[in-house]
Design a protein around this ligand. Structure first.
Ligand code: GTP
Ligand code: MG
Length: 318
């Protein structure tokens, strides 16, 4: 049986092999992705982002339990930022979620942050595709939030969950405007700590001031204490409710289109980078010399490299 067929039947070893191959950019694995992609688009993708140590992995450990009780098949992708702040997160994530390690309907994969842009890399997206093709119903993607990348990350998800914690000083100021627009659900974790209620109130005020043009889904704010499994049932219900909302409102099609657009952009960028790597070094040197000597300009030179016609000075170039 081909690797693809094995993956389609939910074979864990085949999926792990394919994911590894995609991470290492092996031509065979990349070729499999072409056919695999046609079998994706069924899973509900839930992005979970938040500051390092906010409790995302602990929360996911609880959510896995809650969704398994409802008989969902689950995939989890954790992106390890390999930052000194949360060094060894991969091991930590494994430990926090390992009680589900024996369950064949839960597939957990941690990815290193190679090519990491605030949570989104092609390896992340590809891993989600593999899990989707395996027949997982819900795929959680955990990533540390960091500015710009965070909104891209949210564009990968059907439902975007932002995890916050009380008592981090000027919490509200640290929420970037972009996040307010993309978060569907706010989770205030570590609600056993002081300040959870006041953080919730500030968030509510902020959401009222920035409705972000959304009338049909008002972002939910939930309090959880992941270490005590508290608030998890409520969060699970809201996640399921959001999934229903997406389906009934037609919003899911919009989001999937947005994701397709993001993937196209990423693939084009990747293709350009690969193309640049194949361009003859002497030719590039020659262009650099010309630039340094001011015989040409960077735009014109770049267009030569990617074989686009030069832009006309009076027409808007694309
Ligand atoms: N007091 C308290 N501690 C918690 C809670 N949830 C998680 N923690 C603790 O917070 C620490 C970080 O939890 P993680 O689940 O690793 O957090 P994370 O957001 O996944 O961290 P990174 O992946 O490194 O960004 C651990 O020591 C947890 O035990 C909670 O609700 N209350
Ligand atoms: Mg984690």
């Amino acid at each position: 049986m081909s690797l693809l067929n094995k993956v389609l039947q939910g074979d864990v070893l085949a999926a792990a092999k394919l994911i590894r191959g995609l991470e290492d950019d092996l031509p065979g694995a990349v070729a499999e992705l072409k056919d695999l992609y046609l079998h994706t688009g069924k899973a509900h993708i839930v992005g979970v982002s938040g500051a390092p140590g906010a409790g995302k992995s602990t929360l996911l450990g609880c959510l896995i339990g809650a969704f398994r009780k409802r008989n969902f098949k689950l995939g989890v992708v954790a992106v390890d930022p390999t930052s000194p702040l949360s060094g060894g997160a991969i091991l930590g994530d494994r430990l926090r979620m390992q009680k589900h390690g024996e369950d064949k309907d839960v597939f957990i994969r941690s990815l290193a942050s190679r090519g990491w842009k605030g949570g989104l890399s092609r390896a992340t997206v590809n891993t989600v595709h593999v899990l989707d093709a395996m027949g997982k119903n819900v795929i959680f993607v955990e990533a540390v939030g960091s500015g710009q990348g965070e909104t891209d990350f949210a564009r990968l998800a059907d439902t975007s969950v932002v995890v916050m914690v009380p008592g981090m000083g000027d919490d509200i100021q640290t929420i970037k405007a972009g996040i307010m627009e993309v978060a569907d659900i706010f989770v205030i974790n570590k609600a056993d700590r002081e300040g959870a209620e006041s953080l919730k109130m500030s968030l509510e005020t902020m959401l009222e001031m920035n409705p972000c043009g959304r009338e049909d889904w008002k972002p939910e704010i939930l309090l959880t204490t992941a270490t005590e499994d508290k608030g998890i049932e409520e969060l699970t219900e809201v996640l399921l409710r959001h999934q229903l909302f997406l389906a009934h409102s037609g919003e899911i099609e919009k989001r999937r289109r947005r994701r397709a657009e993001l993937e196209l952009t990423m693939a084009v960028e990747d293709a350009l980078r690969r193309h640049l790597a194949t361009v003859d070094g002497c030719y590039l040197e020659k262009l650099v010399d010309e630039l340094a000597a001011r015989k040409t300009d960077p735009n014109t030179a770049a267009r030569k490299v990617i074989k686009l016609p030069p832009t006309s000075p009076f027409r808007k170039g694309r």
